[in-house]
Design a protein around this ligand. Structure first.
Ligand code: SAH
Length: 212
């Protein structure tokens, strides 16, 4: 169940920060961030701020989730890959907009918890896997849209290759402990077009699976 008053406050903050696309705002409105933040920080779930989640990771700032979702221009027939499930919040929002969402994380326990949340809120078009997302998800490729929620030094080659022609990828690029740039990549017949959206700060995209 969505907490209406708190979610309204959050939506106002998103609009102030440039999230204006109506479908994106509707999707965010329909997903209660409170379900994805637990423990010490639960009382800040509706603030426009990133928050700690288990395994030393973070749930992204809602306005950044909004801007990335908006930039991805997800349509109702799209098959989407998200790299970096984390809490599952971003994937849940994508699932409201897309036909099918695949989301992967290198932490098994995060994937398990995210699955429980998807089930609890009745999302049936999102599937979470434990996998090294820097390699993409070859079995399900190609994708219409790819959202990377962890920072890479460059857009990973396998992800570029798994993007359909006409497809869009949004990925934070840069050194992990510095300010990174959010990049929008469009795959055309001729190659790839890159556009820098804004500066962001994400946890690093690491190779291989984590131990838990
Ligand atoms: N989208 C999430 C936040 C992601 S935080 C949310 O809405 O809550 C970034 C996540 O990327 C972390 O959970 C981290 O474990 C994961 N990650 C980092 N490198 C990865 C890789 N190579 N493959 C899959 N997941 C990765």
């Amino acid at each position: 169940m969505v907490d209406p008053e708190n979610t309204m406050q959050l939506l106002l903050a998103l609009r102030r920060n440039g999230v204006t696309d109506a479908r994106t705002l509707d999707a965010i409105e329909s997903i209660d961030r409170g379900i994805f933040v637990r423990g010490t920080f639960a009382n800040r779930a509706y603030d426009d701020t990133p928050l700690p989640i288990p395994c030393g990771q973070t749930i992204s700032q809602p306005s950044v989730v909004g801007l990335m979702t908006q930039a991805l221009e997800v349509g109702p027939r799209d098959k989407v890959l998200e790299v970096g499930t984390g809490s599952g919040y971003q994937a849940a929002i994508l699932a409201r907009l897309a036909r099918r969402v695949y989301t992967v994380d290198r932490h098994r326990s995060l994937v398990r918890e995210a699955r429980e949340r998807f089930e609890a809120i009745g999302l049936t078009n999102v599937t979470a896997f434990t996998a090294d997302g820097s390699r993409g998800l070859p079995d399900q490729a190609p994708f219409d849209r790819i959202l990377v929620a962890a920072a890479a030094e460059d857009p990973p080659g396998p992800l570029l290759a798994q993007l359909r022609i006409g497809g869009i990828m949004v990925v934070p690029v840069g050194q992990s402990d510095a300010v990174q740039s959010l990049i929008k990549v469009v795959r055309t017949e001729a190659g790839y077009e890159y556009d820098e959206l804004r500066s962001v700060r994400f946890v690093p995209l690491l190779e291989g699976l984590a131990r838990e």
